[in-house]
Design a protein around this ligand. Sequence first.
Ligand code: G6P
Length: 491
Amino acid sequence: ADHVRNKLGGSNLFVVSNREPYIHSRQDGAIKVTIPASGLVTAIEPILCACNGTWIAQGSGNADREVVDSHDCLQVPPEDPKYTLRRVWLTKEEEEGYYYGFANEGLWPLCHMAHTRPVFRTSDWSYYNEVNARFADALVEQIADEQAPVVLIQDYHFALLPRMIKERLPHARVAIFWHIPWPNPESFSICPWQQELLDGLLGADLIGFHVQAHCNNFLNTVDRVLEAQVDWERFSVRHKNHWSSVLPFPISVDFLEQGTVKTDSNTAEERSQLIAELGIETTYLGVGVDRLDYTKGIVERFLAVESFLERHPRYQGRFTFIQIGAPTRSNIPQYANFQRDVENEAARINERFGRGRWKPIVLLSRQHSHKEVERYYRLAHLCMVTSLHDGMNLVSKEFIATRDDLRGVLILSLFTGASRELRDAIIVNPYDTEATGEAIAQALEMDVSEIADRMQRMRNAVSDHNIYWWAGNLIGDLCDLRLSRNTVLKT
Ligand code: G6P
């Protein structure tokens, strides 16, 4: 955390994201605070706590919706305030068009190779522009007359924001971090507004992705679409007389925070207790934790469990896979259909194999707190992350951070950014059902000393490259850029 503060020098930090870290809802008169299921929130929250900056995000609870004036600020975390949260409240139409529409029916499937067709509507695009402008107003107002503000914009919801900010505040240091993959130029060209999106992003001084491959795809897209100069040696782009650096910053988790679990607890006993609470009988546990999103490969994972039970019948009656699935973006038809597919598939496999009180799959479709999820991570023999495509995937790193007992095997999709760092996971292609099923057998039969060695190496990787390392590098690189070459912004 000191590392991040040092990199900031005396500057104040401003973060913008769509998702807010604390949702305040009124239930039976009282205000209940929940933390949303979001990799972005998990990653960014410790940084804000360490640097007491300002986080600007969409207001999403129902508790304070009446506070729609422009200075809607709270101090959070609620129990121990450390930074400022400013909410921007959107109308129903704005949220439909900008968030559900352009961001999640358009850009999300555009950037993930999950074979879901993106939908682009002109009306959604207008709302996307409008909401980016509303966030620009909020940010400019918050920054007021700061001398050297550092602005970190998060994700695909705000591709137009960097340019909007730099036009109004040329002295601000602006980075945007894209938390999802960037596809190849052919795929990206489906988007009717590719030029505008690239132009908006290139307002930033620094554009960050999780891995080099996404940077390369981005630079190739720019090369093809814009009249811009791409410097492949310095990974930067000159556009409208302004330079933007394009670099990888693999995101991570707050390792220390996650690693505080006691090692001396009686795991076997706790596991039996959990199994009893679930109302089942079984010996071995696998776990998966995801938003119920079609990019996460949840159906493929269930098929792998089915194949494993078919090919290794001795585990019938003894292995149960627990899927924690947080409902997400349910207004979008693909998501509602996906949730149904996941439920049907689990029911079919349970029907096929289940007997007595043993079930092969337990599907828990509701949001769980970090604490609840940690319990599953800690008691499972293996964790499966089988995304069809994923920028990084922080579930894999959270699982590792939790396992200070050096037990537990990670099965990880090769289509996640994390697979490039966590080489000691069992790496699988989730489209290959049999091989992924075999990975389950390999995990359950792995020697304890091998499990410990692999886990130790992965823990070292995550602890060296934790979230503070990520933020320190991002902020450090942003602050090291010479803004002098950025002075002329408009052509
Ligand atoms: C992905 C995105 C994040 C987002 C998260 C949850 O990880 O990159 O920006 O916060 O999904 O999605 P939601 O739509 O619920 O915010």
